[in-house]
Ligand binder design. Structure first.
Ligand SMILES: *Cc1c(COP(=O)(O)O)cnc(C)c1O
Length: 376
């Protein structure tokens, strides 16, 4: 696990009174005390905040910390992970462009490609994570949209290799790093151009925030700040930014705990005869999000209902442990359904292992599996 080098930044005083957490600057606008200073700001001669849709000091503090954590020049906060994803894609894609997207991408990113990008004339193709090692895959591709590990099935790719191929083809690389967080993986170090997060997950860490963030070069972040941040308007709010700064303080410690619990689950799940496959990558550390594929002996609804410490729900990355059965996602309505499109197995259950006692969680899970019919 890498040290985020946030300690120094976090220790910097935010104000003269020695406060160790940033103030929540709950102001929509920032007024100027002379015509000259206002005109200078409008002419771009200063970067003083002017309006919270584009700039806010509390949000800027979160952005500064995230840029440092991911090892890049700049970051832009957003109202949600999807606001971050759509604002990146619409900032850099134009009709006629081609996108290569990894298979088993986050379901709403898949929907964005199918229901927004495609009707706007952007061509999208989906490829297994391993296919991105092919030096020719990105020939003629404007943007590669990556997750490593991918959603639900957690396939990983060699990011340094993909970044090198992309550079040769002039392809912009974008990765959703929500699973790993900068604690487990810093894709910019491997040469990936843009790193984004659903900060609703591990960065917040407490299931009380919906937010997103995009990290990358100053030029790429400025392109977003000039175009899609102000014009789509999906900005991060000051209070959410404050909660995210709080989340960053405990991120490394939380990821360590999630990872230890995940390691215990992977080891013990491997001993259950009803387990067909475990999808749980180890990047030199694990997150708490993994999936298990059960054989037909396990009644999935009974398994979910037999759990006492785990709740049933979407999202992940908070204190509380959750299960998300693929069976329910497969049965969801709508013509565009990632689970059906990518053929997720009926017996697949995603686990978000929280911060509760690992032995309590395992005892609960093992007992629910055996109640659900699995030889346990
Ligand atoms: C949740 C999630 C998103 C979407 O983020 P929101 O904050 O819910 O908009 C994007 N990517 C991944 C991998 C996610 O799990």
């Amino acid at each position: 696990m890498c040290d985020l080098a946030l300690a120094t930044l976090l220790a910097e005083a935010f104000s003269d009174d020695g406060a160790v957490t940033p103030p929540i600057v709950q102001s929509s606008l920032f007024a100027f005390d002379s015509y000259e200073s206002f005109a200078a700001r409008m002419a771009g001669q200063s970067d003083a905040p002017i309006y919270t849709r584009v700039q806010n000091p509390t949000v800027a503090e979160f952005e500064r910390l995230m840029a440092r954590a991911e090892g890049v020049e700049a970051a832009v906060g957003f109202a949600s992970g999807m606001a971050a994803i759509s604002s990146v894609l619409l900032a850099f894609l134009r009709p006629g462009d081609r996108v290569a997207c990894v298979e088993n991408v986050y379901p709403d990113a898949f929907k964005f490609f199918e229901l927004v990008a495609r009707p706007f004339g952007i061509e999208v193709s989906y490829h297994p994570a391993a296919a991105f090692s092919d030096p020719d895959l990105l020939d003629g591709v404007k943007l590669a949209y990556l997750e490593s590990p991918t959603s639900l099935l957690f396939a990983v790719m060699d990011l340094a290799k993909v970044a090198a191929h992309a550079k040769r083809h002039g392809t912009l690389t974008v990765i959703d790093n929500s699973w790993a967080t900068p604690v487990l993986q810093r894709p910019a170090e491997a040469g990936i151009d843009i790193v984004l997060h659903s900060a609703s997950k591990y960065i917040s860490g407490h299931s009380d925030v919906v937010a997103g963030v995009v990290c990358g070069s100053a030029a790429n972040m400025q392109a977003i700040r000039d175009l899609t941040l102000p014009l789509l308007g999906g900005k991060l709010a000051p209070f959410e930014a404050f909660l995210l700064v709080r989340g960053l303080r405990s991120l490394t410690a939380r990821m360590r705990q999630h990872g230890e619990t995940a390691a215990l689950f992977v080891k013990r799940l491997g001993t259950l005869p009803c387990v067909r496959a475990i999808h749980a990558p180890d990047l030199g550390g694990r997150s708490g999000l993994l999936s298990v594929e059960f054989d037909d002996s396990v009644d999935i609804p009974a398994l979910c209902d037999g759990l006492r410490h785990f709740r049933i729900g979407v999202s992940w990355g908070g204190y509380e442990s959750l299960v998300m059965p693929a069976k329910a996602a497969l049965a969801a309505g709508g013509a565009v359904n990632a689970a059906r499109h990518f053929g997720h197995p009926e017996g697949l259950v995603r686990l978000s292992l929280g911060l509760e006692d690992a032995e309590d969680l395992w005892a609960d899970f093992a007992s629910a599996v055996s109640l659900a019919g699995g030889p346990g």
